[in-house]
Design a protein around this ligand. Structure first.
Ligand code: ADP
Length: 268
């Protein structure tokens, strides 16, 4: 029991005997702590853009602004409002993914169509600054089209966001002996080894300001992790700082092909 916190209750029993009941509260305390952290992080993330919007509104209420300044302020407020909207959408997606009474609605996923959408989204995000390559060499898979689109889309978007202009993002879909594999490889900034194991935690970022600059919510990889848990899939990450990163997803062909995974830790 080393490292665990146990609470023992003494319950009176017949003939003045007593029963000792011991609960292991380590896990529930950990979950409570993670929940508190999540609320604190989410509040902070929402407060920052809201403060900017309120600041501009106060100026607009107190001063007569010329048209150019007014337009510039409106644009800045809109950006911040979109940032809040994006964050709230990601938080709702995560909470939906975690809800136990909402299992995956498995269907045959039209992977060609899905990955084409992912590629087009990545192209739009890149705005012509990167080369984006899609290689299709595998069959369809069973799962939730919406959830897989969200997971693959997040990985492709990250590859674009963390790769300087002129770089390449390669998306590859292939069959494996056990199922299918989706690989996202970029020639971007890379990630130091000490960060890799924490990347799927909610709000964990290697560089907060870079993540915000590129419209990050800090929840993308937590969403990826949860989608994969629900699909009996795995994510592996390899990276070399300054050279680029590779995010590899392995999935079984059909959801029933693998045993159901252990429940997701509450943190990520
Ligand atoms: P964010 O919205 O901040 O990108 P994510 O959960 O998607 O949040 O990613 C968490 C962190 O992982 C990012 O802030 C970034 O530091 C790092 N990261 C994710 N993908 C990449 C990538 N392809 N290259 C370099 N760093 C990455």
């Amino acid at each position: 029991f080393r490292g665990r916190k146990l609470i023992t209750h003494i319950i009176p029993f017949e003939n003045r005997r007593q029963i000792l009941v011991t609960h292991d509260v380590t896990e529930s305390e950990r979950t409570d702590m993670m929940r508190r952290d999540f609320v604190a992080n989410a509040s902070h993330e929402l407060r920052t853009p809201l403060t900017v919007v309120l600041g501009f509104l106060e100026i607009a209420a107190a001063e007569q602004l010329d048209e150019t300044t007014r337009q510039a302020h409106l644009k800045l407020m809109m950006d911040q409002a979109y940032r809040m909207q994006h964050l709230i959408e990601d938080m709702l997606t995560l909470s939906r993914l975690e809800s136990i009474d909402h299992p995956v609605r498995a269907e045959r996923v039209d992977i060609g169509n899905l990955l084409d959408k992912v590629r087009r989204d990545a192209l739009a995000l890149s705005a012509g600054k990167h080369e984006i390559v899609l290689e299709m060499d595998g069959g369809d898979v069973m799962g939730s089209t919406d959830e897989l689109y969200s997971a693959f889309g997040n990985l492709a978007a990250n590859a674009v966001r963390y790769t300087p202009a002129g770089g390449t993002v390669s998306l590859k879909w292939e069959d494996t002996a056990a199922g299918v594999r989706f690989t996202v490889r970029d020639t971007g900034i890379g990630i130091s080894p000490e960060h890799i194991s924490r990347l799927t935690e909610r709000f964990y970022r290697v560089d907060k300001s870079r993540s915000r600059e590129t419209q990050g919510t800090g929840l993308g990889l937590a969403i990826v992790k949860h989608v994969l848990l629900r699909h009996n899939g795995t994510l592996s990450i390899s990276s070399e700082p300054g050279k680029g990163s590779t995010f590899t997803v392995n999935l079984p062909k059909s959801l029933s092909a693998a045993p159901h995974p252990a429940p997701a830790p509450a943190a990520a």
